[in-house]
Write a protein that binds this ligand. Structure first.
Ligand SMILES: CC(C)(COP(=O)(O)OP(=O)(O)OC[C@H]1O[C@@H](n2cnc3c(N)ncnc32)[C@H](O)[C@@H]1OP(=O)(O)O)[C@@H](O)C(=O)NCCC(=O)NCCS
Length: 220
C-alpha cells in the first residue's frame, strides 16, 4: 500500500489515519504495506526457542505456517475489530524501519474505560528501551486521549523483559493464574494493572494525530 492508497483508505477506514509519535518511534495501525516486513521480522526471530512468551504459542510453528498464520492473524483481527470490542495493532517504526508491533484493545470501552496491551519486537531491536517507549506511548494515549482509567497487561513469570517494562511503566501485580501455554506445559501468567495514579509518565508525552476521525472505532 503506498502512502496514496493509505490516504485513500483512511477516508473509508479512519483508523488508518491514526498516528502516535514518541521521541524515537512512529506508530501507525498496521496496514497491508507493513505486513511483509512484519512477517520477515517474525521469521528472523522474536525470542529464544527454549522460551515461549506468548499465550498462543504461534512462534513455535514451522516457517511456512508462521508466515501464513501471521498474515491471517492480522487480517482477521483488523476485520474483527468493532466499536464494542476493538483491537489496534500498531506498526512500530524507528527511522522508517519496522521494529515490531504494539497492540491495544478494549471491550465495551465507553463503559469499562479499560484497555489491554500486547507487544513484540524483533530480536535485533530488543534491549534498547523501545519496548518501554512503545508501551508508555499506548498507555499515555489511553489515559490522556481515550480517557481510560485502567490499562491491563500480563506476562509469564519467566519473561523478565516484559515484567521489567511493566514495572518501569508503573504497573502493579493484579493476580496470577496457571495456564497451558504449550501442549503439556504449565506456566504462571502474571496479570498487571496500571492506572493514571501509578503510571510513571516519562518526560515526554505521546504526540497523537488523526484521532478525531476514528473516535467511533474505539466505541467513543
Ligand atoms: C518484552 C519486549 C517487548 C520488551 O522490549 P525491550 O525493548 O526489549 O524492553 P526494554 O529495553 O524497554 O526494557 C527491557 C527491560 O528488561 C530488563 N531485562 C531484560 N532481560 C532481563 C532479564 N533476563 N532479567 C532481568 N531483567 C531483564 C532490561 O534490563 C530492561 O530493564 P532496564 O531498562 O531497567 O535495564 C521485548 O523484549 C520482546 O519483544 N520480547 C519477546 C516477546 C515478548 O515477550 N512479548 C511480550 C509478551 S507478554
Amino acid at each position: 500500500m503506498t502512502t496514496t492508497s493509505r490516504d485513500a483508505l483512511t477516508r473509508l477506514w479512519p483508523l488508518f489515519g491514526l498516528r502516535l509519535a514518541t521521541p524515537r518511534l512512529i506508530m501507525r495501525p498496521l496496514c497491508d504495506d507493513d505486513l511483509a516486513e512484519l512477517v520477515d521480522l517474525a521469521v528472523l526471530g522474536i525470542h529464544d526457542a527454549a522460551t515461549m512468551p506468548f499465550m498462543q504459542p504461534w512462534t513455535d510453528a514451522p516457517r511456512e505456517e508462521l508466515v501464513e498464520n501471521t498474515l491471517r492473524h492480522h487480517w482477521r483481527s483488523r476485520a474483527a475489530s468493532v466499536p464494542g470490542a476493538w483491537s489496534v495493532h500498531f506498526a512500530v517504526r524507528s527511522k522508517g524501519a519496522l521494529m515490531g508491533t504494539q497492540e491495544i484493545s478494549g471491550t465495551d470501552f465507553a463503559v469499562t474505560r479499560t484497555v489491554g496491551t500486547g507487544s513484540w519486537l524483533g530480536l535485533a531491536h530488543q534491549g534498547q528501551g523501545l519496548g518501554t517507549e512503545m508501551r508508555c506511548a499506548v498507555v499515555d494515549f489511553a489515559f490522556d486521549h481515550l480517557k481510560a482509567i485502567r490499562a491491563e497487561s500480563a506476562a509469564f513469570e519467566d519473561n523478565p523483559a516484559s515484567l521489567a517494562v511493566s514495572a518501569k511503566v508503573g504497573y502493579v501485580p493484579n493476580g496470577d493464574r496457571v495456564v497451558q501455554r504449550r501442549p503439556g506445559e504449565a506456566a504462571v501468567d502474571q496479570r498487571l494493572l496500571v492506572t493514571p495514579a501509578t503510571f510513571r509518565k516519562p518526560a515526554w508525552s505521546v504526540q497523537v494525530a488523526g484521532l478525531d476521525a476514528c473516535r467511533g472505532s474505539f466505541g467513543l
